[in-house]
Design a protein around this ligand. Structure first.
Ligand code: SF4
Ligand code: SF4
Length: 431
């Protein structure tokens, strides 16, 4: 694609790297074929090719974003399905991140939209505030009809209760009765550790049982991706820098073999820290190292450990939902399926599995109409397989899909933990 950035504009490092990406795009439009929003809305500007044009036009001509352009950019799920399809390896993720950052800086959003975005950016990464406001949402639920639709949506999506933790919060989880073979850091996350603590507990158990010590640094909370995707650069960078510095210090002490994420949305951003800080003299080496060390838990379990599976009498039909951030963002798809296959259950791939379930961070709140349509399609495809269990590797998808079906949904690591000697997941107790 031809570009027309001036020399002056190219002194800006963000423009410099986006220009290289624009040049790779050959306008073929193949990406539109697998884009969920193009599929639903049939508008060129709601597909990746159209959005690339919009972003390039804004940046090259230093245009003030219009409400229409912002709307098309906001409707992007950041699912990266287009990146899997693109034959020219256009890094759409870096373009949309740049576009969002530009919009955040140069566009004055309507009051309610701005307030909600600011609210989400503060509340979601703050576990105490998140719990408190979920309680308010529960109280406000009977009166939700009196609120604007976006607030109704937030009330509806807020967790109804918070499960009790069964494993004590610690900084270091030592291996049990086994020689230590590795030491890893685990991102325990912000929302996940409150609404589904069993995911971290299963992750820690399975690692400890197979000789891996786990470090869960108390000073690391959010990976920064929520604010990054809202275009809120300063807030996101605060989290990025904090995490990179802490993990790098642990790595330098010589005792960190990997950094694990069990939420694929977070893992995708952590693997991108290196790119995000590539122009930052002070941070770039450290950030690159942290990205290199980062692995999704399923990658680590498959590639580094010899898991000991125990067979069970009953066989289940398990539908595997490949989260977008996992399959498109990290290109991790076969690893969890391979691991689930070792449980000797029947593992089913979902039709149109490349399409998003509509969760996408805060998308199901900010773009609820599209998110609901995507969820409906996803549930139809899942239920067509008549599974007894759904498995996935991302808390956002777990929450979203659980809103559309009664089929129990579990993080993949919970199933793997159970089949390698851990307790049966609570949600499966009746089946
Ligand atoms: S990231 Fe997803 S929604 Fe956005 S343009 Fe690409 S395929 Fe479409
Ligand atoms: S598939 Fe790739 S090269 Fe083709 S239009 Fe989409 S982004 Fe550009």
């Amino acid at each position: 694609m031809q570009t027309n950035f001036s020399e002056e504009q190219l002194k800006n490092k963000d423009n410099q790297s986006s220009e290289k990406i624009f040049k790779k795009c050959v306008h073929c439009g193949m990406c539109n074929a697998t884009c969920p929003t193009f599929d639903l809305l049939s508008d060129e500007l709601d597909g990746p090719r159209g959005r690339i044009y919009l972003i390039q036009d804004m940046l090259e001509n230093e245009k003030k974003p219009t409400p229409n352009v912002v709307n098309h950019i906001d409707r992007c799920l950041s699912c990266y399905s287009c990146m899997t399809t693109c034959p020219a390896e256009v890094n759409y993720m870096h373009l949309i991140d740049h576009g969002r950052k530009y919009i955040e800086k140069n566009y004055e959003r309507p009051f309610l939209d701005k307030t909600i975005r600011n609210f989400l950016s503060v509340v979601i990464p703050n576990t105490k505030l998140f719990k408190l406001l979920s309680l308010f949402a529960k109280i406000a639920k009977p009166f939700k009809l009196f609120f604007p639709s976006i607030i109704k949506e937030m009330i509806e999506l807020a967790p109804k209760s918070f499960p009790k933790k069964t494993v004590k919060n610690k900084e270091i989880y030592k291996t049990r009765s086994k020689q230590k073979i590795a030491r890893v850091a685990l991102l325990t996350g912000c929302v996940q550790k409150e609404i589904s603590p069993q995911i971290n507990e299963a992750t820690i158990r399975i690692l400890n049982r197979h000789g891996v010590e786990v470090v869960a640094s108390k000073n690391i909370n959010c990976c920064g991706s929520l604010n990054h995707h809202l275009g809120k650069n300063n807030k996101a960078h605060k989290d990025f820098i904090n995490n990179i510095n802490i993990w790098h210090e642990q790595y330098l002490k010589g005792n960190l073999d990997a950094i694990l994420s069990n939420t694929s949305g977070c893992g995708t951003t952590m693997k991108d820290y290196g790119f995000i800080f590539k122009n930052d003299k002070k941070m770039k080496k450290k950030a690159k190292k942290i990205s290199e060390l980062t692995k999704d838990v399923s990658e680590y379990l498959l590639e580094n450990l010899n898991l000991k599976f125990k067979s069970k009498e009953k066989k289940f039909r398990i539908a595997y939902h490949s989260a977008c951030s996992m399959q498109h963002g990290q290109k991790v798809h076969n690893q969890p399926i391979n691991l689930l296959g070792k449980t000797k259950n029947e593992i089913l791939e979902i039709p149109d599995g490349h399409l998003c379930c509509g969760s996408a961070g805060t998308y199901n709140i900010l773009q609820s109409k599209i998110a609901k349509k995507l969820l409906k399609n996803k549930i139809k495809n899942i239920e067509s397989l008549k599974p007894q269990i759904i498995s996935t590797g991302n808390i956002g998808c777990i929450t979203q899909i659980a809103n559309g079906t009664n089929i129990p949904i579990l993080h993949t690591v919970e199933i793997l933990d159970w089949y390698t000697g851990g307790p049966k997941p609570e949600i499966l107790k009746g089946i």
